[in-house]
Design a protein around this ligand. Structure first.
Ligand code: NAP
Length: 588
């Protein structure tokens, strides 16, 4: 493709996407948009650091060929007042990956935010924000090192879709009339109205990306954040479609949190990612009190907007938070703060947000070694209290340095002892792994306490069931009793014999049908005293209905079924413990 102002570097090769896999040559062309205001300062500094990291990591075998692209004020100067030139969009599409500084949204004249326009024009539907703590960065948390989450925020739907009608306009009146007269809706006069579309398509492509990311990066869990208890058909549907997608497309690589407790007794099977969900309001508290419980988060536009800034604030604020907007093909990495025009061209501000977005980009390209060098050098420089003014004012005794001097200090670290840096990053990963293991040990030792602390409130039969233990119908009662005692269980399922029907044998059966009937446990087969047929419930049945089933059938335990196979048992004792532990909110 030929361009008016954009010059593709001759020596570089384009990155491509083949069958969903990124193909990155050793000399890729990557687009960059300098940005407005402080953009040029932070871009210049960051480019030097990225280049140094790539050079050091690959000893000159790999090199990025940068291609300048234009948006914002620089574009307006070149393209006759056009802030958002089509050829920049074409070039980003052709190059697949780009990184950009902040852009001014011109005030007045009906301009839309350039960032929003970019996301829409290229259908960059996933806003990805990794938030992790770097040693030395000022933080209000007691244990900020536990924060290491990646937020996937849906970019195209929700109340952000712009389907909004101002009070007093004919459109607003028309919609209000329709809602009241045709749909029976009730709301105050003159209300502004907006529509909140959440579709299975939009939801699933976002969650698919989040789960794939978790798989590719060996993450522990994906949490779906929603307010589905109130907005059932939008946010609740998001959660349901998320679980559906995980089961349909990632059935081999994922388990639900419910299964983690009920089928795996809290021990996460190797290679499986746990899919869980949390209500949007409680997640804000949990991410402050127990951030280590969360890993990858997938949520809708509005929740994600609040959440990404709130979590970033825990570990240094949006001034250092990296981010990217990613679609099916194209990915644009960006500084998450604005243009801070009062600091433009003063070589003063903190380049971290753009710089770390670049590290994220390198990782996305599969150039992890280069990303690791930046991620490891960064806390060392900040730890030396060698920081820009914004951090310096929060760190007693800090040396305030310029944007370029901060970059110089990073480069000195990166080009210094790289092995040392790699070890540092490795140690951090190992510390995170140790924390995971500690949480797992707690889940196994005390599942109820672990559930409670992690913000999980079980609400269905599957959520509280114990995994089944079974025995052949032809075994003796003696053998069954031995197995029950070994596993510390009060009932055991009896496998189908010729009749193809499962049965259950309980401690009570032994008291009544063996001891009470004066028989020998060694001479009676379990099939002779087992109860059939089983009283079963589906795993998604609410706890109230589980209780009702026990009352109706005069039994003390029910068997939980999934795909017509028994998968667990819920007893009166289990219900009692859950209510005692978590309280009981009557269902609506
Ligand atoms: P802003 O540019 O983010 O600046 C607000 C304040 O944040 C600054 O005054 C400064 O605080 C601090 N800050 C931001 N970046 C910093 C950095 N790199 N290093 C140190 N401190 C930094 O927000 P704004 O003033 O609301 O917006 C200005 C323009 O940016 C607007 O045109 C807006 O539309 C645009 N904007 C663009 C993006 C984007 O392109 N992604 C995002 C947001 C806003 P102190 O004054 O306390 O030092």
């Amino acid at each position: 493709m030929t361009y008016r102002h954009i010059k593709l570097p001759q020596d570089g090769k384009k990155i491509s996407l083949v069958d969903g896999t990124l193909r990155v040559p050793d000399n890729p062309i990557v687009g960059f948009v300098e940005g407005d205001g402080i953009g040029p300062d932070i871009t210049k500094a960051s480019l030097r650091v990225w280049n140094a990291a790539v050079e050091k990591a690959y000893a000159g075998k790999r090199k990025i060929h940068w291609c300048e692209l234009y948006m914002g004020e620089k574009a307006a100067g070149l393209y006759d007042g056009d802030y958002f030139p089509q050829e920049t969009l074409d070039a980003i599409t052709e190059l697949t990956i780009a990184i950009k500084g902040p852009l001014t949204t011109p005030i007045g004249g009906g301009f839309r935010s350039l960032n929003v326009s970019l996301r829409q024009a290229l259908d960059l539907y996933a806003c990805v924000r990794p938030v992790r703590y770097y040693q030395g960065v000022p933080s209000p948390l007691r244990r900020p090192e536990e924060v290491d989450v990646v937020i996937f925020r849906e970019n195209t739907e929700d109340v952000y879709a712009g389907i909004e009608y101002q009070t007093g306009t004919p459109e607003n009146e028309k919609l209000a009339r329709f809602l009241r007269e045709q749909m029976g809706a009730k709301f105050f006069d003159d209300a502004g109205l907006a529509i909140k579309p959440i579709s299975p398509f939009g939801t699933k492509r976002l969650i698919r990306k989040a789960i794939q990311y978790a798989i590719d990066h060996g993450r522990e869990s994906v949490t779906l954040v929603h307010k589905g208890n109130i907005m059932k058909y939008t946010e609740g549907a998001f959660r349901n479609w998320g679980y559906e997608l995980a089961k349909e497309e990632f059935g081999e690589q994922t388990i639900t949190e419910e299964e983690l407790y009920s089928q795996y007794s809290g021990k996460q099977p190797a290679g499986k990612i746990v899919i869980k969900d949390r209500i949007a309001d409680i997640i804000f508290q949990l991410l402050q009190l127990r951030p280590s419980e969360f890993d990858v988060i997938a949520t809708m536009n509005l929740n994600g907007d609040y959440l990404s800034d709130a979590v970033a604030a825990e570990v240094g604020g949006i001034g250092i938070a990296p981010g990217a907007n990613i679609g099916d093909v194209v990915a644009v990495f960006e500084a998450t703060h604005g243009t801070a025009p009062k600091y433009a061209n003063q070589n003063k501000v903190n380049p971290s947000s753009l710089l770390l977005s670049g590290a994220m980009m390198l990782e996305y390209m599969g150039w992890k070694e280069a990303a690791d060098l930046i991620n490891a050098a960064y806390p060392q420089v900040v730890g030396d209290k060698f920081v820009t003014y914004d951090f310096a004012r929060l760190m007693p005794g800090a040396h305030t340095v310029s944007t370029s001097a901060f970059a110089d200090a990073l480069i000195a670290r990166i080009t210094g002892d790289a092995d040392d840096l790699a070890r540092f990053e490795q140690e951090r990963r190992e510390a995170l792994e140790r924390e995971r293991k500690e949480r797992e040990a707690q889940r196994v030792a005390n599942p109820l306490e672990a559930m409670k602390e992690s913000g999980r409130q079980p609400t269905t039969a599957g959520g509280i069931m114990s995994p089944i233990k079974s025995i052949a119908a032809s075994a003796t009662v003696d053998e069954a009793m031995h197995q029950m005692r070994e596993n510390n269980i009060s009932s055991i399922l009896v496998e189908p014999d010729g009749s193809n029907t499962w049965g259950i044998m309980t401690q009570r059966d032994i008291v009544m049908k063996i001891v009470g009937a004066n028989k020998s446990a060694a001479n009676v087969k379990v099939s002779e005293i087992a109860s059939q047929p089983l009283v079963t419930v589906p795993s998604d049945l609410s706890l109230r209905r589980v209780s009702q089933t026990m009352i109706d059938n005069r039994v003390r335990r029910v068997v939980v079924e999934s795909n017509e196979q028994p998968v667990g048992i819920v007893s009166e004792t289990d219900l009692f413990r859950i209510v005692e532990e978590f309280g009981w909110e009557p269902e609506e």
